[in-house]
Write a protein that binds this ligand. Sequence first.
Ligand SMILES: *Cc1c(COP(=O)(O)O)cnc(C)c1O
Length: 342
Amino acid sequence: MDQQFASDNYAGICPEAWQAMQEANAGSAVSYGDDDWTHRAADGFRTLFETECEVFFVFNGTAANSLALAALCQSYHSVICAETAHIVTDECGAPEFFSNGSKLMTVPAHDGKLTPGAIRAVARSRSDIHFPKPSVVTITQPTEVGTVYTLDEVRAISAVCRELGLKLHMDGSRFGNACDTLGCSPAEASWKAGVDVLCFGGTKNGMAVGEAVLFFDHALAFEFDYRAKQAGQLASKMRFLSAPWVKMLETGVWRKNAAHGNACAQRLMGAIGDLPGVGAMFPVEANSVFLRAPEPVLEALRDKGWRFYTFIGGGARFMFAWDADPARVDALGADIRAAALG
Ligand SMILES: *Cc1c(COP(=O)(O)O)cnc(C)c1O
């Protein structure tokens, strides 16, 4: 089919990740993660993040988030998150399931973001034994609506977490996009800003499959390997999850891919930013554009064959991956223009 921008998961595997899979396929290797590729990938993260973090590889983001949160919670605890958080809306109860019932406490979120005030309000609302005890705050970076927390915003949230004795988890399924937007290092975007655990997405960054779970506080990683195994997330041929990371990190393509997606979102905005009655629902700060448009405009786009999801606020979501073709982005922009002005 012609390239579509309904999801960044429509994209294939980038050449660097593909090449790594091929190299990893030359001969045999030790199973269950005790192989050279996996050691190299873990070390690659330690180099990139400038710290001796604990690194684990799992198949997908739902598992990464759910198992990381479960590691930070007892079953009687709660997790404070934005009402739009992927863990609430798109993980089918997996965080509650893997934590044996830790409650997700949702907070209204402007532009997809949690604020220190909202966190404090929930965490302080009750302190009696009848209420699930807040244990973790989770933020999504970039958010589900394509905005990016500034470093100051992350630092302010981590300061409240420290004040209230909460851990800070970051769902970074598009972490690379956030680093590009912020123009900062991965370390600055995570542990240096107070993040305790980061789920770093590989799938949306150009890999076939796989997310890395990074614990910056070693104590929090206690027995995480057992947790991942029990959840069916320990790959027996682990090298095929880890080898792509080696090349993604060594070549810096993780950042290049993200920058390309971000640039394509800006490219689309450049083509449609001046249109009357049509525009972005949220600040465009990463690789997505949520288009606010009258239903006839959306209908005209569907008629032209464009695919998109409208499950957030009636807007049309367009996501740009590592492989987004600028000519296709321009074609989309032209069709939006024609539909809006038509
Ligand atoms: C895609 C995504 C994930 C991971 O989802 P899986 O389908 O389980 O890999 C996690 N968080 C956010 C915000 C996402 O967009």
